[in-house]
Design a protein around this ligand. Structure first.
Ligand SMILES: NC(=O)c1ccc[n+]([C@@H]2O[C@H](COP(=O)([O-])OP(=O)(O)OC[C@H]3O[C@@H](n4cnc5c(N)ncnc54)[C@H](O)[C@@H]3O)[C@@H](O)[C@H]2O)c1
Length: 360
């Protein structure tokens, strides 16, 4: 069993080879850059040459605390710096597309925070622009590198569960939305900025659904105008199904975030440690039972890395690897177009209170 786990842990290893490293510049000096991008890049030994923000004070503060040598006065100044090969865009969604277009025009490779746009049309436009320009462009769906999720994916790929028949993820937390002033007026909120990670993970494990149905809720007196609870169900062409349910208004103090993947030959159950105490959290848990290997009942896989900050090494690492070797990042903008289309379909389902069928 331990040798089988070694293959899984190799897959989850977050080390960036020296030969892949390229100078990075960051656009946006907000909470996620401060708390996750920069700590991850420091752990991985990456070089951040500069940063910019429309709030220059914030950029200077983050630069000083993380030892970033240069604060650019503008996006144009950043993009004109020949040293910069990769731009890391981490600003609210409405600001992302113009920055993405300018970065492509400047010939820079891109890692864009999720969601890189809020609509499928712009997603397709940006993906096509990046492809035409021949730049590497990926979306920071770093849950695909979170160890519990990545290890589960490797186990599924290796056939430990037989044929996967269901994926379920249930989150009950309290989220203080007032920390993101820009989120207050977003009518499409919970799935767009949070559960997009879970829906992207469903696609990563299960492929493209044939139909989805979603419902949403709000709580009287809540800070944002958008939905703060969602439940989404999926059907797939082969008869398998998925469920994602996220409640951000849990006042009970008993946060939970659990996932379960079932197959014809076994099952995986786990927890997302981050959500127990966001944004610090704890490592995930992961257990597997398999009649294919076989295991004798549930066996724990030892998770040693966290979603924040470790998984952020993975998303930037996969962009750097693609630049150095021509490989395909784990979450390309092209692939993420389908995640944005899925998110849009979930909102259309909620709006119409109807199942949305995909015409594939
Ligand atoms: N992948 C994840 O797990 C994760 C987690 C949190 C946030 N995010 C995403 O990261 C992005 C930033 O979130 P945050 O939590 O850091 O928000 P934040 O509000 O803490 O910071 C946003 C920063 O962007 C700056 N900014 C806004 N428009 C800009 C522009 N046009 N040019 C330069 N700077 C600009 C603001 O001044 C601010 O400093 C959002 O898109 C969010 O959805 C992703």
């Amino acid at each position: 069993m331990i040798d089988l786990f070694a293959d899984v842990s190799d897959y989850c290893r977050l080390v960036i080879p020296e030969a892949h490293k390229r100078p990075i510049a960051i656009i946006g000096a907000g909470g996620i850059v401060d708390g996750a991008h920069l700590p991850a890049y420091r752990l991985a030994g990456l070089e951040v040459v500069g940063i910019t923000d429309i709030d220059p004070e914030r950029a200077r503060d983050v630069a000083a605390r993380h030892g970033i040598p240069r604060v650019y006065e503008s996006l144009a100044e950043l993009l004109a710096d020949d040293r910069v090969e990769v731009v890391d865009i981490a600003v609210p969604v409405t600001h992302q597309p113009p920055i993405f277009r300018a970065a492509v025009a400047a010939g820079k490779h891109i890692l864009a925070q999720k969601p890189f746009t809020d609509n499928p049309q712009t997603a397709r436009e940006l993906a096509a622009l990046a492809a035409q320009a021949g730049v590497v462009a990926a979306v920071n769906q770093q849950m695909r590198f979170d160890e519990g999720i990545a290890a589960a994916h490797r186990m599924v790929e290796a056939g430990w569960l037989g044929t996967v028949t269901s994926f379920a993820l249930t989150v009950n937390v309290f989220t203080d939305w007032s920390q993101w002033e820009w989120a207050k007026a977003m009518e499409r909120l919970e799935i767009m900025v949070h559960s997009i990670h879970y829906h992207d993970a469903v696609r990563w494990f299960m492929g493209e659904p044939s139909s989805v149905y979603a419902v949403a809720g709000r709580t009287p007196g809540q800070y944002p105008v958008g939905e703060t609870r969602t439940t989404s169900s999926y059907t797939f062409p082969d008869g398998s199904s998925a469920l994602v349910s996220a409640n951000h208004m849990n006042l009970g103090g008993d946060n939970s975030a659990e996932f379960r993947i079932e197959g014809t030959g076994g099952a995986i159950r786990g927890t997302l440690g981050l959500m127990y105490d966001y944004p610090n959290g704890r490592p995930d848990t992961l257990e597997v039972t398999s009649t294919v290997l076989p295991t004798d009942g549930w066996v724990p896989y030892p998770v040693t890395q966290r979603w924040f900050p470790h998984a952020f090494i993975g998303s930037m690492g996969s962009v750097l690897e693609a630049i150095a070797t021509g490989s395909t990042p784990r979450s390309t903008v092209g692939d993420n177009v389908k995640t944005i289309e899925l998110v849009d379909a979930l909102y259309r389902s909620m709006g119409a209170n109807e199942v949305v069928h995909f015409d594939r």
